[in-house]
Design a protein around this ligand. Structure first.
Ligand code: 5GP
Length: 186
């Protein structure tokens, strides 16, 4: 029997989701973060088993074959998936936050209709573009791909229970904490 509630949070690359999620996670002590498996390489600050399980294509395929994922998706030329066992284990003792993109969010919702879906949106697409460009580490063709992906993600907003705008990080995190409290503290 799972004890916790499931909160699925999506938001386009560049929207500032990881900063917001860091504040949300720090805002309650009954939250656990679902750690996904991915075939992409770790970024400099990322820790194995904390941010992701970094796996090879062969390992990812083996997990698919073994039905080890609640959901998985291929995007931006990489694979990402939610390992079932760690999710069940976390849900047995806490409320769980999943940071996954829309296809994954809707797949989770099919399996767990009680999941609360939250979308973090930028103040505007112009602002999102400015944020993506200001990172300064991305090639023009990559920027174009990210922005196209972001507008597709934005089109999925109506399918979420809540849309929160990340204009200001603290306000956005507070709004998400209020949404969580509505379900978790009922
Ligand atoms: P990043 O590579 O920037 O960490 O993540 C890229 C995208 O993959 C983000 O939108 C993130 O939410 C999504 N993502 C991360 N883990 C998973 C997962 O397990 N499943 C799915 N479907 N998407 C994921």
């Amino acid at each position: 029997m799972s004890k916790g509630h499931l909160f699925v949070i999506s938001g386009a690359s560049g929207v500032g989701k990881s900063t917001v999620l860091g504040k949300v996670m720090a805002g309650r002590d009954d939250l656990a973060f679902s750690v996904s498996a991915t075939t992409r390489s770790p970024r400099p600050n990322e820790v194995e088993g904390v941010h992701y399980y970094f796996v090879s294509n062969a390992q990812f395929q083996k997990m698919i074959d073994e039905d080890a994922f609640v959901e998985y998706d291929g995007h931006m030329n990489k694979f990402y998936g939610t390992p079932r066992q760690q999710l069940e284990e976390k849900l047995s003792r806490a409320n769980v936050i999943l940071d996954i993109e829309p296809n994954g969010a809707f797949a989770v919702q099919k399996k767990r209709p009680d999941a609360v879906l939250i979308f973090i949106a930028p103040p505007s697409m112009e602002e999102l573009e400015r944020r993506v460009r200001s990172r300064g580490d991305t090639q023009e063709d990559q920027i174009k791909i990210r922005l196209e992906r972001a507008s597709w993600e934005m089109e999925q907003r109506p399918k979420y229970h809540h849309v929160v705008i990340n204009d200001q990080v603290d306000t956005c995190a507070d709004e998400i904490l209020k949404i969580i409290a509505q379900t978790a503290d009922k």
